[in-house]
Design a protein. Structure first.
Length: 150
């Protein structure tokens, strides 16, 4: 049973952002400090990647574990109300993500996915810096890896 009214639930869900999230901004900021220049949310590309590196022909998605159904992650827990809807929604999101990644790879891009669980929690700043270093290494030296999860 939902504890919120239909109107309140609608308002809460409408406040969830699809781009410009805090994890996304934190990763971008750290990469910028490392000297990387990029575009944000380029709508010309499949999936409108969160970070696009034209120089390296690479893109980064910063995915929330719940919304994108990160496998074996403790942040992914189907809500107890309306479970059928949420299960279908998350499965649709995962399928859409796979198709977008496949399209980008076919266009010659390298695709990286930063998962929310890898940059949140205790020592958040250190985790974000470590992920940014990994992304930097992948961008500059990982040309043999077309797809990588961080």
């Amino acid at each position: 049973m939902d504890t919120l009214t239909k109107e309140k639930r609608h308002f809460v869900m409408s406040q969830i952002k699809s781009s410009g999230t805090k994890p996304e901004a934190a990763v971008r900021s750290c990469l910028h400090r490392l000297g990387f220049r990029f575009r944000k949310n380029d709508r010309r590309l499949a999936g409108s990647p969160d970070i696009v590196f034209p120089r390296y022909y690479a893109v980064i998605f910063v995915n929330g574990c719940f919304w994108h159904g990160h496998d074996f992650c403790k942040k992914v827990r189907i809500p107890k109300t309306n479970t059928e809807y949420w299960t279908k929604k998350i499965l649709r999101n995962k399928e859409r993500d796979k198709e977008e990644i496949k399209t980008l790879l076919a266009q010659g891009f390298r695709v990286g996915v930063v998962w929310e669980c890898s940059i949140t929690g205790k020592n958040r700043g250190k985790k974000i810096a470590a992920i940014a270093e990994s992304v930097a290494l992948w961008l500059e030296e990982g040309y043999d890896q077309n797809y990588k999860e961080f």
